[in-house]
Design a protein. Sequence first.
Length: 276
Amino acid sequence: MQPDIPEAPPYQGAKDYFLIEDLDNHLALAELAQATCAELRLAQKPRAKAKAKSKPESAAKPAKEKAFDYKKEYKEFYLPKRQPGLIEVPPLQFLAVRGQGDPNLPDGAYKQAIALLYAAAYAIKMSKMGDYRMEGYFDFVVPPLEGLWWQNDTPGEIDYAHKERFQWLALIRLPEFVTEADFNWAVAQAAKKIPDAAERLELFRYTEGLCVQCLHVGPYDDEPATLRMLHDFLEQQGYQLDFADGRLHHEIYLSDVRRCKPENLKTVIRLPLKKQ
């Protein structure tokens, strides 16, 4: 089986089960089904045939309300075209973990940060199953992982040859109903599984403003070519990059790097700008 799939209880007091939300990822669902069948075949034991029982008639179940999916409802932010375009991003709030260093290290700080983010995000999502109530709560698909990136020795530029110099903020967008009290509750829940959650998780509010963005398809190490295309677009349109006031190189990860071939990875790249 695949141990990295998030788990959550289906109701209060139940044990954790795999939580599958991205039903459009047919490849990942097929792999999970195949792995499940393989496990069942190994564990299968012969048993006596039971007599068929007639199923009692039951009333039709009410249609289940779909969870709000930010990727589908805000396509302008999460599903841009591969050609550059301008976007005005409103103030948003995030779960965040700060760190530094190469994000590709197997047991590095970045991988630990991702675990922290998802622990808190799913605590908020699954709060509907417990006693804690968030005012204005609605069910939602946990948004994709995001990241703000910079290097102190090259302000406004990213040197992909020296990932060890990365400074980063790993992010997951929070629904609008989440208050600071709700955030603190979620951190406490995450700390039950990850002891340093309270020290590392933060509620981060980010005003991004006017940006240029596009969809990058392919390995992360091929991003410099996409960045050059963005820079050319800015010059043609009379804009320039603006990394003042904490504005940073922003990426949104639409693919699961564990299950997607590098050449098929989809990443939104977004850069802050201003008029020349």
